[in-house]
Design a protein around this ligand. Structure first.
Ligand code: THU
Length: 152
């Protein structure tokens, strides 16, 4: 249920996601973000309960920076997890508002998930504000792996 005083807030996040939420918040401490000073942490939780964390890693050539979500995606794939993700939780440094994943990260998450059902938990810096959306809500009518198999 959305909080009427703060429509961004939605605390109806399943209890099973609490572990991943904690990991996402703590992962901000490993952020390398000297240019933006905006730390982001995230956690992909697998269906068997494994936590795969990520943080944003910036670069002096700003465009070479990588978001927390993509850090976690790369780690998940390298750990052999490509098709068993339960959810992702993301925490940004703002206390006022929940972070929302960037467009590139939405597309990268799309590669390994069923967008219709994959839950994205968006958090503020301490987890007191929470939003829950499916990836499809964040990235409607998306292009994915199956779309490559329908050539003429
Ligand atoms: N950032 C993320 O890590 N994830 C997002 O979803 C949005 C933005 C990072 C990129 C950059 O290091 C910093 O936040 C400021 O944009």
């Amino acid at each position: 249920m959305a909080d009427s005083e703060n429509p961004q807030e939605d605390i109806s996040v399943p209890p099973a996601f609490e572990g991943g939420i904690e990991v996402a918040i703590r992962s901000r401490e490993l952020s390398y973000s000297p240019y933006s000073s905006f730390r982001v942490g995230c956690c992909i939780q697998t269906k068997c309960g494994k936590y795969i964390s990520g943080s944003n890693v910036e670069n002096a050539s700003y465009g070479a920076s990588i978001c927390a979500e993509r850090t976690a995606v790369v780690r998940a794939v390298m750990d052999g997890h490509t098709d068993d993700w339960a959810c992702i939780a993301i925490s940004g440094d703002s206390l006022q508002q929940c972070i929302s994943p960037c467009g590139i990260c939405r597309q990268v998450l799309r590669e390994f998930t069923n967008p219709k059902t994959f839950p994205v938990v968006m958090l503020n810096g301490d987890g007191t504000k929470r939003r829950l959306m499916t990836l499809e809500e964040l990235l409607p009518d998306s292009f994915g792996p199956d779309d490559l198999h329908h050539t003429a």
